[in-house]
Design a protein around this ligand. Sequence first.
Ligand SMILES: [Zn+2]
Length: 408
Amino acid sequence: MRRGTNLPRMAGFNQTVILDVVRRADSGLTRAQLARRTGLSAQTVTNATRRLLEQGLVREEGEGSRLGPGRPGTLVHLDPRGRYAIGVHLDPATMTFVILDLAGNPVAESHLPVPRPDQPERVVEGIVGAIEGLVASAGIDRALLLGIGIASPGPIDVERGIVLDPPHLPGWDGVPLRDAVQAGTQLPVLLDKDTIAAASAHLWDPGVHRSSEFVFFYLGTGVAMSLVIRDEVVRGASGNAGEAGHFVVDPAGPLCECGKRGCLGAVLGEGILVQQGRAAGVPLPEAGDVVELDQAFTVLCAAADDGDARAVEVLETAGRRLGMGAVVVTDLGDLDTVIVGGPLWSRMERHAMPALEKLVASHRVPSSSHAVAVLGSPLGSLVGAVGAGRLVLGQAFTPRPSDLLLHA
Ligand SMILES: [Zn+2]
């Protein structure tokens, strides 16, 4: 079980087992099929399904195919409108909010610049206000909200729900973000690292990645990654695994804060890319803070979209550098897929992806017998927020042995 969370239980143990099987079935299951797949008795399935229907978590529609004599049985489906989860992604420049239905699909979203990134209390107020506004405008009954997942830049203390001291959030040293948002919204909250949330977003829907062994690169204000091994996100000893920012990919590159040159985080930083674009002659606005810098990066990507060869070159080079970091990880873990996402990537993908794919495809080591697929995250800039919301749903769908004592 994951530590450091306080989300309420959605249903008892057997009900949760059934609910998770129903969720993974594309087109509904009969009670007989549910009994076979869960190993529960027919009577237990009937009772638990009745309770799920009463709670509005599943609905009945259509009939299963006839396998033998007798009636085929009604199909039980997840009711996507039965519950909702909120996902929040706190990036130093932008806050993203989504409401997910019970199937994990976004039904509402909003984006806001971070108000005074250096003042955590203002940011908390902004998060609480934005959540209340989104829930109201989407017309969702608060009673159906399971909770809020927040994806934050690391490092964080997952157990205590505290943002420790992220390099791009000055003044954030030991901010109890989870409890502050919980106090402001009166909803249960979990806090997780942005990359772990983003990688989890892809695990929710196996149709997206079709791989159990992949690396997810997150390009936001910093560069980070998450490794997924056997369908599990590698969390590390303190829940902060995935520090990829200091792989050296260009020994002659820009100086990194760690003292080395050409670290992945340095060459893919928004500041460096904007600086390179400006040095190459792309007309870009001056940037005094992270919000303006993000706007300048948008202008750089738009210039590339408009065919400015200098801007294209900057983004292509960034794609190649990312590829150099990616192959280190795919070799190390014998991975077969690289997924890239995050707020920077969704703007630069069109230009950086071909260079990234080419580098990964040309990298061959004798010990590896398989190709490595490279994918852009289909969740675009929503990936962190959707991942955070899916972590909330994931907990709701995970049967917990302690529930056996409560609901036996
Ligand atoms: Zn470095």
